[in-house]
Design a protein around this ligand. Structure first.
Ligand code: CDP
Ligand code: CDP
Length: 211
């Protein structure tokens, strides 16, 4: 049996984590977990229930009761859910309620690919490979704007840039599990890389690290 391969992908909003993580999972034949969906689901459940998202004591129980088998609801992928997610993600109760599920996923015998904000720092500190994907806020906002425009949404680049910056500040500024590269993470700046080039650069990092 080959040794498990756990790949941790972290980085700010719209850096290309999901696109890269999915391709890596396919390439290396590993299961993939988009951990942002967990926070998005909690944000949406709390918001739909009329709960104050800043009230940790009220949001915590929602995270504890989360049904992780039903996360693929299309409405979770949108901008609104991303904003709700980043608000509930500041609460330690929410983060700790999700830790066991994420670690169990990462501990599968073959390994796994997980993407999020704190995979390399908190969830999988012993991952064989950690990649911190970045790109300038302007490039990320441009990509998100193009993605939304292609879906027919009426959005302006300026609005998306403001949202990206706001989420960066909240994710990097929170006291629990802030967004930051693990000390042993490989930085991959995709500002000037297309998806294919970023994928190849990541494979090189992984093949070197896991050899
Ligand atoms: O998961 P995350 O929010 O980090 O980003 P994503 O959803 O994977 O990527 C955001 C957008 O940027 C998507 O439309 C990707 O197709 C695009 N992208 C890109 O243009 N170039 C890259 N190197 C990576 C992603
Ligand atoms: O795709 P995008 O980067 O826009 O968002 P996401 O990965 O789905 O994450 C949504 C929000 O959930 C982030 O802005 C974080 O506040 C939070 N999150 C987190 O705190 N920790 C994770 N491991 C994943 C997401």
């Amino acid at each position: 049996m080959t040794a498990p391969l756990t790949i941790a992908i972290d980085g700010p909003a719209a850096a290309g984590k999901g696109t890269l993580a999915k391709r890596l999972a396919e390439h290396y034949g590993l299961p993939y977990l988009d951990t942002g969906l967990l926070y998005r689901a909690i944000g949406k459940l709390a918001s739909d229930a009329g709960i104050d998202l800043d009230d940790a004591a009220a949001v915590g129980p929602i995270a504890e009761r989360l049904d992780t088998s039903h996360l693929d609801d299309g409405s979770l992928r949108g901008r609104e859910a991303g904003e709700l997610a980043s608000r509930v993600a500041v609460h330690p109760q929410v983060r700790s309620a999700l830790t066991a599920f994420q670690r169990d996923f990462a501990a599968r015998p073959e390994g796994a690919v997980l993407d999020g904000r704190d995979i390399g720092t908190v969830i999988c500190p012993n991952a064989q490979v950690k990649i911190f994907v970045t790109a300038s806020a302007e490039v990320r906002a441009r990509r998100r704007t193009d993605e939304l425009a292609a879906k027919g949404r009426d959005v302006t680049y300026e609005r998306i840039l403001a949202e990206v910056r706001e989420r960066d500040v909240r994710d990097a500024g929170r006291s629990v599990a802030p967004l930051k590269p693990a000390a042993d993470a490989h930085l991959l700046d995709t500002s000037e890389l297309d998806i294919e080039t970023a994928f190849r650069a990541a494979c090189e990092i992984i093949d070197r690290s896991a050899a």
